[in-house]
Design a protein around this ligand. Structure first.
Ligand SMILES: NC(=O)c1ccc[n+]([C@@H]2O[C@H](COP(=O)([O-])OP(=O)(O)OC[C@H]3O[C@@H](n4cnc5c(N)ncnc54)[C@H](O)[C@@H]3O)[C@@H](O)[C@H]2O)c1
Length: 389
């Protein structure tokens, strides 16, 4: 697709993940220009602006919005700040591109969706694993027809974080992070599963604190039935010494598997077909679409904005959401399937982490169409304390 616009972009929160965003914007510099940065930490934002050549920096989003004309703001702050900052962007008519998780509760999510509807400005959320080449092909109708019905799936995010990881003040509390590996880590992989298999209808889940000094869970497990009838298990862990991210879907005609850690290429996928059955070339690279990264998601977001569409994202069903709201409020109503105290949170977390993402509801793109077109002017990462996310 030929780029149409050059978007004016700012980043709020200039910590670890912000560099990934700045690098993605640099890769797509003919389509988006990083014109501002914000952080409550004055020294950090100054250093970030110097490193990435950002012309203006501020200590509050309010001041940025008052000073700059912007199209998109990347929100890279701790999870509890995502919704308030996104609401500010929507009020200013600017698209917020939120890091995951978009919200900490269904109430917050509803407030965000409501503001999105009222403003007519779409909200986008970073779930970069949807945007590698193979999932894009798996979602296409001819591939789906060739693979047959999805029958059973496994989705494991088995990662390791030591006690020191929780020294970052916002990690590990319900109030600031909203959950453990369910909201912050496995969220990527089960979001990918959802993007391929569609909406789930039933979730039974457990969560527990097995080892880490955290208020939230460090392990969660769920059994899920999708609307299409497929049954899946989902395991999210931060206590697993041999780390892996593993996804497997058994279709009628083939088994499709992915094994990676923090980001994949086409080469990390494996397809095993039923004897003699012709299958589509799932892992044949297409230019620019083969990796899962902030670059591939940002490219898809900019493509959508160029077309005047809402950015591509998860698709929650109102029915699924409301049934989960009910279960979350009355956890024991599911015949004892919700066991220890924190397990009551797991279905709620799973629901709004992977399933309740705002963007699918934002089909109101009048804002985008009315904007004046301007002339065009490796995901694997370890942070300074050693870990991603
Ligand atoms: N998509 C991914 O692969 C991925 C990977 C890592 C982190 N993340 C997500 O990115 C977000 C940030 O994570 P991080 O590791 O970069 O955190 P971090 O702590 O390294 O950085 C957050 C920054 O935000 C700043 N900040 C806090 N409140 C602010 C506010 N109100 N206004 C402006 N700045 C504010 C902090 O001073 C800090 O510099 C989290 O939601 C996390 O889950 C996503």
């Amino acid at each position: 697709m030929v780029p149409v616009n050059t978007y004016r972009v700012a980043i709020v929160g200039t910590g670890e993940i912000a560099s990934e965003h700045a690098a993605a914007l640099r890769r797509l510099s003919d389509r988006a220009r990083l014109v501002g940065a914000v952080d409550v930490d004055e020294a950090r934002v100054a250093e970030f602006a110097r490193r990435w050549d950002v012309p203006s920096s501020f200590e509050a989003l309010t001041r940025l919005l008052a000073s700059e004309t912007l199209d998109v703001v990347h929100i890279c702050t701790p999870p509890s700040t995502h919704v308030p900052l996104a609401l500010e962007c929507l009020s200013a008519g600017v698209v917020p591109l939120l890091e995951k998780p978009p919200a900490l509760s269904l109430e917050q999510l509803d407030a965000l969706l409501d503001a999105e509807r009222r403003s007519g400005v779409p909200v986008a959320v970073v779930f970069q694993h949807r945007f590698g080449g193979v999932p894009v092909r798996l979602r296409e109708a001819p591939t789906r027809a060739a693979l047959g019905r999805p029958l059973v799936a496994t989705c494991n995010t088995l990662w390791f974080r030591d006690d020191e990881y929780y020294a970052t003040p916002w990690r590990g509390s319900w109030a600031s992070e909203g959950g453990g590996p369910t909201m912050g880590h496995g969220i990527h992989q089960f979001d990918l599963l959802l993007s391929i298999l569609g909406d789930w209808q039933l979730v039974t889940a457990l969560a527990g604190r097995q080892s880490r000094p955290t208020e939230t869970e460090d392990v969660s497990a769920a059994v899920v039935r999708f609307a299409n009838g497929a049954i899946a298990t989902i395991l999210n862990s931060l206590v697993s010494i041999r780390e892996t991210s593993y996804l497997r879907i058994d279709y009628e005609n083939a088994t499709v598997e992915l094994e990676h850690l923090y980001g994949y290429t086409d080469a990390d996928w494996r397809v095993t077909g039923l004897d003699g059955r012709a299958l589509p070339a799932l892992t044949a690279s297409r230019e620019g679409a083969e990796t899962s990264s902030h670059v591939s998601q940002l490219r898809a977001v900019l493509d959508a904005l160029d077309r005047g569409d809402a950015p591509p994202s998860p698709s929650p069903t109102p029915a699924g959401r409301s049934s989960w709201r009910q279960r979350s409020t009355h956890p024991r109503s599911a015949a004892g399937r919700f066991a220890p105290a924190t397990s009551r949170r797991a279905p709620l977390l799973l629901e709004h982490a992977g399933h309740g993402c705002p963007v699918a509801r934002c089909r109101s793109t009048g804002w985008l169409r009315s904007r004046r077109a301007r002339p065009s002017g490796p995901c694997r990462r370890r942070t300074s304390n050693g870990w991603r996310s």
